[in-house]
Design a binder for this molecule. Structure first.
Ligand code: PLP
Length: 427
């Protein structure tokens, strides 16, 4: 899908026409959003899926209330991490039996990074450096720093700029690098990194790679197995619409699966958990990446979002996402030209995820004013207004209306009011 006219000639009715011709239009009905709301924060928390409340009710009233403990077997609770893992694999290009849904992204990163370092340490003990993006989501950096400290074995976390990653690590890939942890799409700017070429550059340097797919799973085509990557992690609550705090996933390449040494070796990763043996023996295959008992209500609700993503052609999603962000960027640049706004999301499609980020010196207050009008994006330090574009429930007219609202707010300095300076704990 391409935008036929640029904004010099484009108007709201042209956007309405684009929405009428949209192949993904019907998916809007799979979600429940409040009236009079434009929801541009699906890159942070996806929208509520249509059957979520009913599914939670069913799990609570029937499976828990009536089935009680029997439901671990009869309702398939025990198998949910693997069952949902298969559904995630279908979205991110994992092989059968390569992925489980469990824990949080942060915890899964700890497990994956620990296992990768152990593998590397056996093969190349002199490699003690972990590289990650300076602009990676801070939790990933903190988890790596925490792991290095726990290991107390000379590991060092080094931060590299996004440009260094895109260029294939010309300055940072030395024979001391053991592991590279990369977020596929920068959470602040929306910059996308090429998985295949970046993975090749890392492997050529003798290091392993873990990809964080939080901001790309469900938003664009991913071919984990085909890319040659080693491991990947990601969440289900953004573009996969799993619900607040829904469980994350972990994928490990087939080749590495049974060499994966689980640092959080709880009973769910045991080969025979119900033998209650005092001796640990890791399960073969993906159950090895589990740790302990999972939140079944949350996991059951997350399945609805995964089913929607599995039922859609990701190439069509990507095409519409790029058309939406092209339109957004074009409108910002032409209709807000006299304001101190900078688009920080890359213009090149190959480097763009599914969001548009712009900066404004009063970014927080501007976003607060937009949210007061029912146009929900979010704000990230410093000065960044983020607009997530989820093609399944966002249309071209909503992009038009958002930029027009921004124009009104900026032209009339509506952001300049005391209530728009007050920050909650979550921005
Ligand atoms: C890229 C990225 N990685 C990791 C995380 C942390 O996820 P969690 O809080 O589920 O561990 C987030 C959260 O938004 C994220 O965006």
């Amino acid at each position: 899908m391409t935008i036929p006219e640029l904004s010099a000639t484009l108007d709201r009715s042209a956007c309405e026409r684009l929405d009428r011709d949209d192949d993904l239009r019907a998916f809007r009905d799979e979600f429940i959003l409040p009236p009079e709301t434009i929801y541009l924060d699906g890159n942070s928390l996806g929208a509520r899926t249509k059957g979520a409340a009913e599914r939670a009710q069913e799990v609570i009233a029937d499976e828990w209330g009536t089935g009680l403990i029997r439901s671990w077997n009869t309702a398939g609770w025990f198998d949910l991490p693997a069952k949902l893992g298969e559904k995630v694999a279908g979205i991110v290009g994992g092989e059968t039996g390569s992925t489980v849904v469990t824990d949080t992204t942060s915890i899964n990163l700890f497990k994956a990074a620990s296992a990768a370092l152990k593998m590397q340490s056996a093969a190349a003990p002199e490699r003690r450096i972990i590289l990650t993006q300076r602009e990676n989501f801070p939790s990933d950096i903190y988890m790596l720093q925490g792991l290095a400290e726990q290991l107390d074995d000379g590991y060092e976390v080094r931060l590299v700029d996004d440009e260094e990653v895109t260029a294939g690590f010309p300055n940072s890939m030395t024979d001391e690098v053991a592991l590279v942890v990369l977020t596929h799409v920068n959470y602040r700017t929306g910059r996308l990194f090429d998985m295949e070429t970046t993975t090749s550059a890392i492997h050529a340097g003798g290091a392993m790679v873990i990809w964080d797919l939080c901001h790309s799973a469900g938003a664009l085509e991913i071919d984990l197995a085909g890319s040659g990557a080693d491991m990947a992690i990601g969440c289900t609550y953004k573009f996969l619409n799993g619900g607040p705090g829904s469980p994350a996933f972990i994928w490990v390449s087939e080749e590495l699966q049974n060499g994966f040494s689980q640092p959080l070796s709880g009973w769910w990763s045991h080969a025979k958990p119900f033998e209650m043996s005092p001796d640990y023996a890791p399960a073969e295959g993906i159950r090895r990446y589990l740790t302990g008992t999972q939140g079944i209500v949350s996991m059951s609700v997350a399945e609805l979002g995964l089913d929607i993503a599995n039922g859609v052609d990701m190439a069509t999603v990507r095409q519409k996402s790029l058309a939406l962000s092209d339109l957004f960027i074009d409108l910002v640049e032409t209709r807000l030209a006299e304001h101190p706004i900078e688009v920080v999301t890359p213009r090149e499609h190959a480097h763009r995820g599914s969001q548009v980020s712009i900066t404004h010196p009063e970014g927080f207050a501007v976003m607060s004013t937009l949210i007061e009008r029912g146009i929900i994006g979010d704000y990230r330090e410093p000065s960044v207004l983020r607009f997530g574009l989820t093609p399944l429930y966002i249309g071209f007219t909503e992009v038009w209306d958002t930029v027009e609202a921004l124009r009104d707010i900026l032209d009339n300095r509506l952001w300049d009011a005391p209530q728009h300076q007050v920050r909650g704990a979550v921005t």
